[in-house]
Write a protein that binds this ligand. Sequence first.
Ligand code: TNX
Length: 512
Amino acid sequence: LLAGLSGVATGAEPVAAAAPETRLGDVVPAPVESRANPDETFSINPLTRIQVDPGAEEVAEQLADLLRRSTGYWLPVMPARGYTGNAILLRLGGADPRVGAEGYQLDVTTRAVTIRAERPAGLFAGVQTLRQLLPPSVESDERQRGPWRVPGGTVLDYPRFGYRATMLDVARHFLTVDEVKRHIDRIALYKINYLHLHLSDDQGWRIEIQSWPRLAAHGGSTEVGGGPGGYYTQDQYRDIVEHARRRHVTVVPEIDVPGHTNAALASYAELNCDGKARPLYTGTEVGFSSLCVPKEITYRFVEDVVRELAALTPGPYLHLGGDETHATSPADYRAFVERALPIVRRHGKTPVGWHEIANATTPSDAVLQYWGRSAKSPAVVEAAKRGNKVIMSPANRTYLDMKYDRSTKLGLTWAGYIEVRDAYGWEPGGHLADLPESSVLGVESPLWTETLTDLADVSYMAFPRLPAIAELGWSPKAARDWDGFRERLGAQGPRWERMGIGFHRSPQIPWR
Ligand code: TNX
């Protein structure tokens, strides 16, 4: 606020010094190391340029887009060669080797902001840090008044876990392509690098499958509460995947089988054991539907869906669900999982399943997503001993669809209330007894949408808990500090206002 008025002396109050509005450490997730240098401050001005090494252009153009809108400056993107100061420099190579594939180094002096990384993903992460060091008005879509100061100093930063995800359930309530894209823009700011899309459930099938066209046309025609539902054509889905890729977010598609399949069972009579199509379903019960495990057509169906989905998926993972199969016998469940997961592998992807797949013999490269509330799961620990990796999504900590407290209007309560402190206060590397950290692939916060109908609802439930869980996935264990985190999170509030995110003003956080 004062920075916006600098130069205007008002009565007895001291004139605001030329200090930036943000402090170097005010970043979520917390960086590995940061050292402020109060003697240096960079200011973006009308003559500032963005200068890049070859390969950094895409990240640079995205930064330029953001900065041009709010500053109104020209901000040309040009080669790093010929640098003479007053620039934001994006350099590939020559970083501290600790940054790895996704980390970066940031140096801010009066002369320049320099981000160095080994890969574009690292530059992108560094740019997200730079965004948070600029005043919140940088997120505005319209031209704002500067000054645009960046606090001086150095940052060295890289992730703790390689898999830092969130999930969107577009099956219970459909979200449009634009809503999903805007959500991707928001999660990328917190260095989330995977978006898991729950594309099918009892209430809706949301992705066009050309070899089984009724799945989307019929199975996608409704949603919880009886609304019109919807689905993504393959072109629209590719567009989402590409939008995510540009933000260094990899999409993980999920088709939930053998349970949670009423939309498919309604679309094709032959998938049912009794050969009769089920009616479409718009309620919120779980565990009543199952593919017909003994029928051969079930595996042709899985094979066709996996083949088309794998072809749409540049990323390594394909999720087959496998949760809450109360309508499948344990023997059928094992038989199904043991036949279905290898299909994913045959199509070149690593299979992921909810942790119940540990009840079957899983290929050792399969990934288990733990969603239980208990701190013990012998079956998951056994699978990890055979080599399976685990994604941590404990429901009582990471489920973004749980209410914050009893006054929350949206959401469910079966895993308890989850306030920010609950979401932040657990340790992904040591949460499950006897599961070594080396078996943990990363952290994911799922958002189920039985009670959520649009992006505004999604944002209210995701913010501020998603950034809390993002920090557990990125920042080192030693950086965990509730008091410091509350302050840093509170500084995000004005940013979210500029971004149009209607967030939960948790009473636990000192919002600025
Ligand atoms: C459990 S968690 C489910 C979902 C529901 C969710 C609601 C999991 C793997 N399955 O089907 O949407 O609870 O919180």
